[in-house]
Design a protein around this ligand. Structure first.
Ligand code: AMP
Length: 217
């Protein structure tokens, strides 16, 4: 199966994509993770992207598209996948349509997670992540606190707040999101299997809603 999951930052895309990738045996392709890794390694792509990511702005389409093109042309090109955080603009969606066409692949469905802004702000500002590259566990100060404050349960590393989860940056990311998403959603609504899912509530309940919706793809 080939899926895209879209929604505002903090809508739970990453968490749901993880679970779906395990359950359905899909490669989980997150451009946010790819970019953060490139920034950490200080690769040329990472150096170009770092100021955008740190301030919550979208990295230019050409740069992200190039990363995706290389991935899909490479030896380890995913065949069954869930895209998380890409495409994020209509230009990226057009580009990705072409990448898939070139590879003779079609899209099974697009999951659109809907969560209101106030809830997004509360979720993101409380998020803490483990910076240990082999762990990467995620917590929330209110909804999923670690056993000891600010320390990872799994590997004892001190937790951090992502630079782009700071309040000024969250507002910026939401503004960016609203500016481009209407068009993106329209693109996929026209193109076929768009599933609009209520992303509010328990993670488990949202997951069940997604599985139910995918039955009709
Ligand atoms: P995420 O983890 O998906 O919220 O992405 C974190 C940051 O990476 C975003 O705020 C953007 O700066 C950048 N980013 C990730 N994916 C894309 C994309 N498809 N297009 C442009 N920028 C992106």
């Amino acid at each position: 199966m080939r899926l895209i999951i879209i929604g505002p930052p903090g809508s739970g895309k990453g968490t749901q994509a993880n679970r779906l990738s395990e359950r359905l045996g899909l490669a989980h392709v997150s451009t946010g993770d790819i970019l953060r890794d490139a920034i950490k390694r200080q690769s040329p792509e990472g150096r170009s992207a770092s100021s955008y990511v740190a301030t919550g702005r979208l990295v230019p389409d050409e740069l992200v598209n190039e990363i995706i093109r290389a991935l899909f042309r490479g030896k380890k090109a995913p065949r069954q996948f869930i895209m998380d955080g890409y495409p994020r603009t209509v230009a990226q969606a057009d580009f990705f349509d072409r990448v898939l066409k070139d590879q003779g692949l079609d899209l099974g469905g697009v999951i659109f997670l809907q969560v209101p802004d106030e809830e997004i702000t509360e979720r993101l500002s409380g998020r803490r992540t483990c910076p240990n590259p082999t762990c990467g566990a995620s917590y929330h100060v209110k909804f999923q606190p670690p056993r000891r404050p600010d320390v990872c349960d799994r590997c004892d590393t001190r937790l951090v707040q992502r630079e782009d989860d700071k309040p000024e940056t969250i507002a910026k990311r939401l503004a960016v999101y609203h500016a481009v998403y209407d068009e993106l959603v329209d693109h996929y609504r026209r193109g076929g299997c768009l599933k609009e899912i209520d992303g509010v509530g328990d993670m488990e309940a949202v997951y069940e809603r997604i599985l139910e919706a995918l039955k009709t793809c």
